[in-house]
Design a protein around this ligand. Sequence first.
Ligand SMILES: *Cc1c(COP(=O)(O)O)cnc(C)c1O
Length: 385
Amino acid sequence: MVSTLRHVGGRAATAATDIPFLDLGRVHAGLKVELLDAFAGLIDSGEFTNGPEVARFEDEFARYCGLEHCVGVASGLDGLRLALLGLGVGAGDEVIVPALTFAATAEAVSQVGATPVFADVRDDDYGLDSRAAAAAITTRTRAIIPVHLYGQVADMRSLEDEAAGHGVALVEDACQAHGARRAGRGAGATGAAGVFSFYPGKNLGAMGDAGAVVTDDTELVATLRALREHGQRRKYEHELEGYTARLDTLQAKVLLLKLDHLDAWNGERAAAAAWYSTALAEVGDLQLPTVAAESEPAWHLYVVRTADPERLSHFLRERGIGSGRHYPQPLHLAPAYERLGYKAGAFPVSEAVAAQALSLPIFPGITQDEIARVADAIREYSDGG
Ligand SMILES: *Cc1c(COP(=O)(O)O)cnc(C)c1O
């Protein structure tokens, strides 16, 4: 965080301290001594892979999610890919994914040899629309991957009914929803498997790439453990063809330290979201996030909709305020999936959100004063400032 003298609109202006989109420095500042201690211990032990902290983290994170098992992996994408493989999804199969999500959700499907089939999201919680998902089911559909977008758990009850009725598996992409709950259940606890990313910017972030799959299915766990380490069920016995997709001991140590703070951090995010929603009520054309009944989002992102998010983002940047776009391109219109032949107009809600979404600064430690300043700037923008 730097205090700068900056020119705004041609005038020299003394800018208050910048407000970044995400400030991980604030998250880690209080943990530095403990982290350095953990790293020193790792150097001494030399157990860089499969160290005891990996199993400890798996136990603690499984318990946190309210499930029996957790398998640590190297990224969220690895978690999704291995979960699909472990459930027997492969060539010739179709997997339904929302059109509005981070690319990894669809990448996992293609990378196990299956075809991603896109469906639209709901206009309120931005989760996969259960009726749209049901309409996309064919005889080849093997799984549905609802995404808990921006940290709000999708309507798993309806999705569960559709999936069960058609005999297809549900794999939850909970990569943005660590600790979120809806209708009494935690993110990742409803599907055959729940997948988390611990990319540094997530609510629970490692210091590099990491991920996990949570499940109550003991057989799936054994397959995932083999797949993450070259297909070995025992050393040098390659029953399956696998991957280098382990969770590093170093990341497990970081995650163990940070997991203790996750609920408090999510609480700070929820407070920040509430401040925004109060301060931004009835401002300009802004459409604020909606929270479904019985839903406690993890507030990974605070996303507003406005007619010209790029212009608002630029306006905020000129005032030292960061923002993000999640995501400016729905996946069915991304060049990477052009081969699937989708056209603009196929998924109106995903397309509208992609055109209108702007994510405002939110992270543990952001202050009410900072949020007031963001809100003031947005009000100034809306008043034609
Ligand atoms: C972050 C994320 C992932 C996985 O990302 P990795 O970088 O592979 O850990 C998957 N899906 C969604 C929705 C995400 O936000």
